[in-house]
Design a protein around this ligand. Structure first.
Ligand code: PLP
Length: 373
C-alpha cells in the first residue's frame, strides 16, 4: 500500500452509481426498457463497420454531421430550429454538464441547484473545484421564486442547474419559474475578468424532456432571447440508447464556443458518432415507445394512489412514491421478488422507472405483496 496524494475534497468519497443487478425488472436507473429493433441494430452495425475502416485516423473533432442531425431531431421534437453550431455533444449529458462546469465554474465560483435533484450535480461541482450551493424546493417540489432570487443575489452563481423534468421527483418547471430564474441570473453571475458583472449560466437539464405532458413547454423555446441559457438533452432515456453514451446541449454560439475550449481533443469517438447518426436516422421508430411509456407512467401514478400511497405527478419516465416508514425494507423485499427500484429522494420515498407491461405487472404484484402481507 502506498500513500497517495489524494485531493482533499476526495477523501472518503466513493464512486457514484446505483446497484447493477441482474433481476427480471430493473426499474432503478430510468432507462428505456425496449431494446432497439433488428433494423436499428443492423444500421448501427453497418455504420460502425464503415467507421472501423478509418480508425487509424482521429475522429472528426467538431462533428458537424452529428450536430446537424441532433438539430434536425430537436426541430421535429420541440419545433425549435437551430443551426448546428448551437448544438454540442459529448459522452452522455453527464459529460456535457461537466464541460459547462469546466468552462464556467472553478475555484471561488458557485454552482446553485435545488434539492431534491439529480445526485450527480454536486459531483460535477466537486470535480471542478466549484462550490455547490443547494436550495430546498418547496413541499410540492416547485421553486420558491423569491428564495431563488435572493440566493442568486447572495451567491452570484456562475452556473445554475435546473433539472426539468426533475429527477427524482418527475416534476417539470413552469414557464413563470423558468422566466424568473433567467431574469434573476442576468447581471448576477460572478464578476468577469474585466471587472464587469456577468450573466449566470442557467442550465435546464431536460434529460427526460420527451416524456413531458402535453402543454408543458421545453426551455428550447426560450433560447432565442437568452444567450445565458443552455438546454441539455440525452439519447439515454426516451431514445433508448443509454449504452451509447450520447448527451447533447443547445445554447448560444458564444456558450458553445466556451465548451469547445475545455473539451478534450477528439472526446467523441468515431464509433460513437457513427452509431449516434445511424440511431438518429431511426428517430420515429425509437421515439414511438415514448407514448406507451407516458401512458404506463400515468397509469402507475393512478394505481399507486388507489393503493393509498402518495405518488408525485410526473413528466418523466419514473414515479416517486411513498412514504414508507422503512423504505429500505420495502426496497429489499421488492428486490427479493425480482423488482429493483431506487432508494432516493425525500425520506420514506422510492422511485420506480417505467418498464414493459410485464415488468410493471411484476412491480404491482410485488408492491402489493410487500405492503399488505
Ligand atoms: C436529470 C438527469 N440528468 C442527466 C442524466 C445523465 O444522463 P446521461 O449521462 O446518460 O445522458 C440523468 C441520468 O439519470 C438524469 O437523471
Amino acid at each position: 500500500m502506498s500513500t497517495l496524494p489524494l485531493r482533499p475534497g476526495l477523501a472518503g468519497e466513493t464512486p457514484y452509481g446505483a446497484p447493477e443487478l441482474d433481476v427480471p425488472a430493473r426499474l432503478n436507473v430510468n432507462e428505456n426498457p425496449y431494446p432497439p429493433s433488428q433494423a436499428v441494430i443492423d444500421d448501427i452495425a453497418e455504420a460502425v463497420r464503415a467507421a472501423a475502416a478509418r480508425l487509424n485516423r482521429y475522429p472528426d473533432r467538431e462533428f458537424p454531421a452529428l450536430r446537424e442531425a441532433l438539430a434536425d431531431y430537436l426541430a421535429v421534437e420541440s419545433g425549435v430550429r437551430l443551426p448546428w453550431q448551437q448544438l454540442w455533444a459529448a459522452n452522455g449529458s453527464n459529460e456535457v454538464m461537466l464541460h459547462i462546469l469546466q468552462a464556467f465554474g472553478g475555484p471561488g465560483r458557485v454552482c446553485l441547484s435545488f434539492t431534491p435533484t439529480y445526485s450527480m450535480y454536486p459531483e460535477y461541482a466537486r470535480d471542478t473545484l466549484t462550490e455547490y450551493v443547494a436550495l430546498e424546493r418547496r413541499q410540492d417540489f416547485t421553486l420558491d421564486v423569491e428564495a431563488v432570487r435572493a440566493a442568486i443575489a447572495t451567491h452570484h452563481p456562475a452556473v445554475i442547474l435546473l433539472a426539468s423534468p426533475n429527477n427524482p421527483t418527475g416534476t417539470a418547471l413552469g414557464p413563470e419559474e423558468l422566466h424568473a430564474v433567467l431574469d434573476a441570473a442576468r447581471g448576477c453571475g460572478p464578476t468577469g475578468h474585466d471587472g464587469a458583472p456577468t450573466d449566470a449560466v442557467v442550465v435546464v437539464d431536460e434529460a427526460y424532456g420527451e416524456f413531458r405532458r402535453p402543454g408543458v413547454p421545453s426551455a428550447l423555446e426560450l433560447l432565442a432571447g437568452h444567450p445565458h441559457l443552455a438546454v441539455s438533452r440525452t439519447m439515454s432515456k426516451a431514445f433508448g440508447m443509454a449504452g451509447l453514451r450520447l448527451g447533447y446541449l443547445a445554447a448560444s454560439r458564444q456558450l458553445i464556443d466556451a465548451l469547445r475550449v475545455v473539451r478534450l481533443p477528439y472526446h467523441l469517438s468515431a464509433v460513437s458518432q457513427a452509431a449516434a447518426l445511424a440511431a438518429l436516422a431511426h428517430r420515429d421508430e425509437l421515439m414511438s415507445q415514448v407514448a406507451r411509456l407516458r401512458d404506463e407512467r400515468d397509469a402507475t401514478v393512478a394505481w399507486l394512489r388507489e393503493q393509498g400511497h402518495t405518488a408525485v405527478e410526473s413528466d418523466a419516465n419514473f414515479v416517486l412514491f411513498g412514504p414508507f416508514e422503512d423504505r429500505q425494507a420495502i426496497f429489499e423485499s421488492l428486490l427479493e421478488r425480482g423488482v429493483l427500484v431506487r432508494v432516493v429522494g425525500p425520506d420514506g420515498y422510492l422511485r420506480v422507472c417505467m418498464g414493459t407491461p410485464s415488468q410493471m405487472e411484476a412491480f404491482r404484484c410485488a408492491l402489493t405483496a410487500v405492503t399488505r402481507p
